[in-house]
Ligand binder design. Sequence first.
Ligand code: GDP
Length: 300
Amino acid sequence: MATFGNLSARLTDTFKNLRSKGKLSAADVDGTVREIRRALLEADVALEVVKEFTAKVRERALGDEVNQALNPAQQVVQIVNEELVGILGGEQRRLQFAKNPPTVIMLAGLQGAGKTTLAGKLAKWLKGQGHTPLLVACDLQRPNAVTQLGVVAEQAGVAIYAPEPGNGVGDPVKVAKNGVAEARSKQYDFVIIDTAGRLGVDQELMQQAANIRKAVDPDEVLFVIDALIGQDAVATAKAFQEGVDFTGVVLTKLDGDQRGGAALSVRGTTGKPILFASTGEGLGDFEPFHPDRMASRILD
Ligand code: GDP
């Protein structure tokens, strides 16, 4: 799982200083909050999220719950933990299932974010729970995308619906609709739609994703974001929120994320829950996202 190396180390140092004190003065609290603010900014957490977070921590740390605590420093750590869980989404949010199967999940995000890999991971995970997912190849932009999804489907041991080779570029909206119809007629209980991405946010890409969303009315639209993009996470997430109005977030490449800021920023700025975390290139490197576990890892 994510290392969050630098952020964790910075916060640990800050708390070590605090623990050496008995009662905390307002100056102690302010000093600690300043350190936390610096650590979060260095970890690429968006400024608006940092401000809100540190304001909440400061207010609580100066209040009675710390003043009257037997161990004030420990209480401050507890507050930071609780507020971290808060900005990471609070309760774990599970995948929403359709009342009448198939449950349709659409993936959206920039090229290279890890959508195709994620399609395989999700499919494998669902299959392991006794479901019958069908992968639908709607990334018709990249020449290799359909082939890549085929490889992933084979690795996961699940079925794929893709346009016939040699049928020209094809219409991704039509493929999505036909894929869902195929799932319905053959009684697959999940459909995972892989869509095209670009290197940067672009209007045509967003329109295509919006058209697919409109055509198949998915139960979940998952915005897939590479945790390594750091500060760009916020602008990208906001563009996709406006463009496709996603229902949840999947953070990928958390295995390589030394700073961890994206996780804290995306939830904090879009208000959308993080459902899954992807932590490697293998199909098994994937897990449901637990805000409390993530907060503990950051504060470890
Ligand atoms: P797409 O363009 O959004 O479909 O992205 P891909 O699924 O093709 O992934 C782009 C690259 O990132 C591939 O080389 C994947 O193996 C790699 N990748 C995807 N998810 C992860 C992850 O969680 N960790 C690591 N380290 N690599 C990943």
